[in-house]
Write a protein that binds this ligand. Structure first.
Ligand code: NDP
Ligand code: 8X3
Length: 253
């Protein structure tokens, strides 16, 4: 079967991997539905990319189940047939041992990285199932494959993403929907700024002394994944910067 996908919805398109993916997919000619909470950034990106491809923006918090459903239901006809869902929105909040971590950080990570991903998926998948085609790409993490000290709950949420990637692939197999995940190691984005609650100095240190991945490196891989012929499903892909061998081993200068 050959299906040419045309509309890609990207969550977390306002920065980092999601934003870079929006630019990469615009280069490929996909129509885009860009999601995030920061309306000003959505507008800025939309203004730039609209010159190339049709763009629609949806401003919502993935934690808000009703808002997620309303946003997907509000899509105008021209954008309502979502062929590709990129479940990218997510962050780490804090890096603390289990006995003293801030429980609000746990709530945020579980609500965004797991429940938010599920809400968006649940709103989008019925249309794909009805059309018997679609492609879901999860942005997991090496933290979903291995655990590191103080990563506890963030790693647990990414292990959940890994499990959901496998589970969705099984459940959606009968509809001919492709499901796969890209699991990056260290990528220099706003990720560490969020993890360390705006402490720019501490965030910068995470990426010092070696060459981390860029958001564009991951976007390039996503571009590759979505442009394979329809019978090819890249199910699971882990990517490190060359300097990294595991979550805890990074060759620094
Ligand atoms: P960024 O902080 O740069 O981007 C995170 C994106 O998620 C933003 O666009 C943000 O948009 C969105 N987001 C966060 N919370 C919410 C929310 N509650 N509702 C809606 N959108 C939300 O980080 P990255 O680009 O690095 O992260 C993207 C994904 O990649 C995440 O899932 C992360 O776990 C994963 N990842 C990152 C790695 C890294 O080293 N950077 C490595 C492995 C995986 P807004 O604030 O506008 O809502
Ligand atoms: C982000 C990569 O190693 O900081 O998922 O958890 S790491």
């Amino acid at each position: 079967m050959s299906v040419k996908p045309t509309i890609a919805l990207i969550t977390g398109a306002t920065s980092g991997i999601g934003k870079a993916t929006a630019y990469a997919l615009a280069d490929e000619g996909f129509s885009l539905v860009l999601c995030g909470r920061r309306q000003d950034r959505l507008e800025e990106i939309s203004n730039e990319l609209s010159a190339k491809v049709p763009v629609h923006t949806l401003c919502f918090d993935v934690r808000d189940r009703q808002a997620v459903q309303q946003a997907i239901d509000s899509l105008p006809e021209a954008f309502s047939r979502i062929d590709i869902l990129i479940n990218n929105a997510g962050n780490a909040h804090g890096l603390s041992p289990i006995e003293s971590a801030d429980v609000d950080d746990w709530e945020a990570m579980i609500d965004i990285n797991v429940k938010g991903l599920l809400y968006v998926s649940r709103a989008v998948i019925p249309g794909m199932a009805e059309r018997q085609s679609g492609h879901i790409i999860h942005i997991g993490s090496i933290a979903g494959k291995e655990v590191y000290p103080n990563g506890n709950v963030y790693c647990a949420t990414k292990h959940a993403v890994d499990a959901l990637n496998k589970g969705m692939r099984m459940d959606l197999n009968q509809y001919g929907i492709r499901v796969g995940a890209v699991h990056p190691g260290l990528v220099e984005t706003e990720f560490s700024l969020v993890r360390f609650k705006g402490d720019a100095e501490r965030a910068k240190k995470v990426y010092e002394g070696y060459q981390p991945l860029k958001a564009e490196d991951i976007a390039d891989i996503i571009r590759f994944v979505v442009t394979r012929p329809y019978h090819v499903n890249i199910a699971d892909l882990t990517v490190f910067p060359t300097a990294q061998a595991s979550p805890t081993q990074v060759k620094k200068l």
